[in-house]
Ligand binder design. Structure first.
Ligand SMILES: Nc1nc2c(ncn2[C@@H]2O[C@H](COP(=O)(O)OP(=O)(O)O)[C@@H](O)[C@H]2O)c(=O)[nH]1
Ligand SMILES: [Mg+2]
Ligand SMILES: [Zn+2]
Length: 368
């Protein structure tokens, strides 16, 4: 934190030096002999004068609704303002794309009826992020969120338990609670493989204690439960594109955001939602709609995250022969034994296997 602050300070000083042959500099020159002052003294006095400036300025707290390139929309008192970033934050943003995210609480000063300037950003209490696979960097989806509404569907697109596991891990890591939504249950046909898969999923994940809402926007099943879960909280709808996130929002909030027809061959959504946006609920709370992403990589996935997530393994894992057993091909592994006896679900174990492979491969590639 202090490193970051020093950096800000350096940059601001640089900024002053280069662009503002300002009052400040003239003052510095005209004062008797500043050279005897150490740099730290100058820094201190700068911090003080900045603090004074800040305290004179009246700032209001708003929340970031959306960010599209340079255009930042902030809500204050139920009104929207087009905002720009204060110089120093703007510089920081070119280096760190995640400096500002949807859901950030910002301190703003107004320019006029429609525009304001973001002077500073408050500390975040939760962060939903993912691994940007192309750049291998963290990409923040939204911040200051209470719960992630992990949205999936049946048939179009198919239910993908592995993807849901990934979202749950990201959610716990970022300090939010998960709610699993299975949409389009109107498409389930009795006796089909898809129905079997859905029932199996429900059984396993409900037993593990997750809250699951089965919904159909088409027949309006489960919409009231969803609204109740959303009331008074900040939620983010996240999940594969085409599973009905925007339709769910329109159905419960009576909004008219654009939804996508499915591209028939792949059953993938047409990526109609192009940016994340925060929407205010009339009865209190917010929700965020997010654009579809193809896969979901977990940012900074660690062994500890797997231990926490696959908590039902622990009862068996404590009796494995090796204390650091990864339950893959070690001898006398009690987790594998439990799997063979159906005491651990095959679905969960497979999800675990994929994720641990990811961690091990990443670690290996570090040694190359
Ligand atoms: N059959 C059925 N189709 C749905 C349901 N909910 C959404 N859809 C359709 O699924 C498609 C994708 O919806 P959209 O909300 O754009 O998905 P998003 O990409 O997750 O935001 C649209 O054609 C919707 O009409 C549902 O409950 N049942
Ligand atoms: Mg959408
Ligand atoms: Zn083991």
């Amino acid at each position: 934190m202090s490193d970051k602050f020093d950096k800000y300070l350096e940059e601001e000083e640089h900024f002053l030096k280069d662009t503002k042959k300002s009052r400040k500099q003239r003052k510095l020159k005209s004062s008797k002999d500043r050279s005897k002052y150490k740099k730290t003294d100058i820094q201190k006095s700068k911090i003080l004068s900045d603090a004074k400036k800040e305290s004179k300025k009246h700032l209001d707290k708003g929340v970031v609704l959306s960010i599209l390139g340079e255009e930042i929309l902030v809500s204050f008192n139920k009104k929207e303002y087009k905002c720009t970033l204060r110089g120093i934050l703007k510089k920081e943003k070119t280096k760190n794309k995640n400096i500002l995210a949807v859901g950030d609480i910002v301190n703003i000063s107004f320019k006029n009826e429609k525009e304001a300037s973001i002077e500073s950003i408050d500390k975040r209490y939760s962060i939903l992020s993912r691994l940007e696979t192309r750049t291998k960097k963290q990409s923040i989806i939204a911040v200051n969120i209470d719960q992630v509404l992990i949205t999936s569907s049946v048939v179009k697109p198919h239910l993908k338990p592995f993807l849901i596991d990934r979202y749950i891990i990201a959610c716990t890591k970022g300090n939010m609670s998960p709610v699993i939504i299975i949409n389009k249950i109107d498409l389930l046909k009795l006796g089909t493989e898809e129905e079997e898969k859905y029932k199996n999923f429900l059984k396993i994940y409900e037993e593990l204690g997750y809250l699951i809402l089965s919904i159909s926007c088409k027949t309006k099943i489960g919409l009231n439960s969803l609204l109740n879960v959303m009331k008074g909280k900040t939620s983010v709808f996240s999940g594969q594109s085409g599973c009905g996130k925007t339709t769910l929002i329109n159905s419960v909030l009576h909004t008219k955001f654009k939804t996508g027809e499915l591209i028939k061959k792949t059953y993938k959504g047409a990526h109609i939602t192009t940016k994340s946006q925060l929407i205010e609920l009339k009865k209190g709370g917010f929700c965020v709609d997010t654009p579809g992403i193809k896969g979901f990589g977990i940012w900074d996935l660690e062994m500890e995250d797997l231990k926490n997530h696959f908590f039902e393994f622990e009862n068996f894992a404590k009796n494995c022969k090796f204390g650091d057993c990864k339950h893959i091909d070690e001898p006398s592994c009690k987790v594998k034994e439990a799997l063979d006896k159906n005491k651990i679900s095959f679905l969960r174990f497979e999800a675990y296997r994929c994720l641990i492979k990811e961690i091990l491969e990443k670690k290996e590639s570090l040694y190359e």
